[in-house]
Write a protein that binds this ligand. Structure first.
Ligand SMILES: Cc1cc2nc3c(=O)[nH]c(=O)nc-3n(C[C@H](O)[C@H](O)[C@H](O)COP(=O)(O)OP(=O)(O)OC[C@H]3O[C@@H](n4cnc5c(N)ncnc54)[C@H](O)[C@@H]3O)c2cc1C
Length: 354
């Protein structure tokens, strides 16, 4: 259902994640609730408190400032070239550089000078991104569809949703004029398959058409339970602003594509730290145990980057805690057989024609 498309996805990634997903409800290797989500709007309950904390620690945010390049001297990064929202350019010198940009942006920084020191970063050109973006439907009444995530398995646009009000501490009626009672937050994971209302893929739909089409697919799915959602319930909607309509091309552009863990991509994913001694990478594309483009993967890579930085700096500060995924010992014989078959050039045991 998610952007991990079955025809291109890495079996390594999906297999490892499948093991976690299956073990989770059984309480195997599980450290808490099954389906854990935020208890309020992301900005309010996560980003703002986190920014406050980082500022307290002495950091400064240069919001609206874009990194355009890195300057290399003596196999080290000496400065980052940035441009601010007024278009003013400057360079920032520092001792250490942590690049925490998405893969498709980070790789634009790998100049011939950077690649001369750390050539494996060129492999990042083989990493693939696809579209997975959200739309929020604001509702005049509660949409208690399920207490967790809902997968619309028959929806051509691979929709998933969550009804947020039931899970938030501060209720939606406390926001705005109080008319909105729930927010159905929807992920659209397939932007290439034609929809049921306009017969077009999401990439070719205007924002209004995307909203109407996604709403129609959700309603079509829920219909078998009577009218769960009616048109009169819809107050308004909000599409990810990263999606912008290009009138000339009659299609959308996407500023925030998602990394897809495609078959063979592991080889092209860099470690958090390599030969450029003062350059550290954090992001969901960095090699991690989690091995899936997620916040958990990005988080793990950031911990690895920080620990590597502390090592390089010779710091005696406490290191970030790191974790490995639970691997069920019962599956070890199967993993062994698979590794042996792979080494012998044979397909996976379960890879059979149907
Ligand atoms: C619709 C959707 C649903 C998802 N759902 C889940 C989920 O339920 N659970 C989960 O774990 N993961 C989920 N993910 C995946 C998760 O959001 C990402 O894997 C994660 O945010 C990646 O973190 P990151 O730090 O690598 O990159 P990002 O979060 O993308 O952060 C990179 C930052 O760099 C900034 N930036 C980009 N270019 C520049 C530049 N040149 N200069 C300066 N700054 C720049 C960007 O603005 C951005 O703020 C979802 C993703 C999507 C799109």
């Amino acid at each position: 259902m998610v952007a991990a498309k079955e025809n291109v996805a890495s079996v390594r990634t999906i297999g490892t994640m499948g093991e976690q997903f299956l073990g989770n409800p059984l309480g195997i290797g599980n450290d808490g609730g099954l389906d854990r989500v935020l208890n309020g709007p992301t900005t309010a309950v996560w980003i703002e408190p986190w920014m406050r904390r980082i500022r307290e620690l002495g950091a400064e945010f240069a919001l609206g400032t874009e990194v355009r390049g890195l300057e290399v001297r003596d196999r080290r990064i000496v400065a980052a070239r940035v441009i601010d929202e007024t278009g003013a350019q400057r360079t920032i010198e520092a001792d250490y550089f942590v690049v925490a940009l998405p893969a498709e942006r980070a790789r634009t920084l790998w100049s011939p000078q950077v690649l001369a020191v750390q050539p494996e970063l060129a492999g990042m050109d083989n990493l693939v991104t696809d579209w997975m973006n959200g739309i929020q439907f604001y509702l005049r009444r509660s949409a208690d569809i399920s207490r967790g995530h809902t997968a619309y398995i028959d929806a051509p646009w691979s929709l998933t949703s969550i009804s947020q009000n039931q899970l938030w501490r501060r209720k939606l009626t406390e926001f705005g004029d109080g008319a909105v009672r729930d927010c159905l937050s929807v992920d659209i994971s397939d932007w290439n398959t034609p929809g049921i209302l306009f017969g077009k893929p999401a990439k070719e739909c205007t924002h209004e058409e995307i909203a109407r089409e996604a709403w129609a697919q959700i309603r079509a799915h829920l219909d078998d339970r009577g009218e769960v959602l009616g048109d009169a319930d819809l107050h308004s909607w909000f599409l990810d602003p990263g999606i912008t309509w290009q009138e000339g091309q009659r299609r959308n552009a996407n500023a925030d594509p998602l990394l897809i863990n495609t078959a063979g991509s592991w080889e092209y994913r860099p470690q958090a730290h390599g030969a450029v001694e003062n350059l550290f990478l954090a992001g969901d594309y960095v090699r991690t145990n989690v091995d899936l483009a997620t916040m958990e993967g990005a988080n793990e890579s950031a911990r690895a980057a920080v620990n590597a930085l502390l090592d390089v700096a010779g710091s005696n500060a406490e290191r970030c805690r790191t974790y490995t995924l639970f691997r069920a010992p019962e599956l070890e014989p199967l993993r062994r057989i698979d590794a042996d078959r792979y080494a012998a050039g044979q397909p996976n045991l379960f890879d059979m024609p149907v």
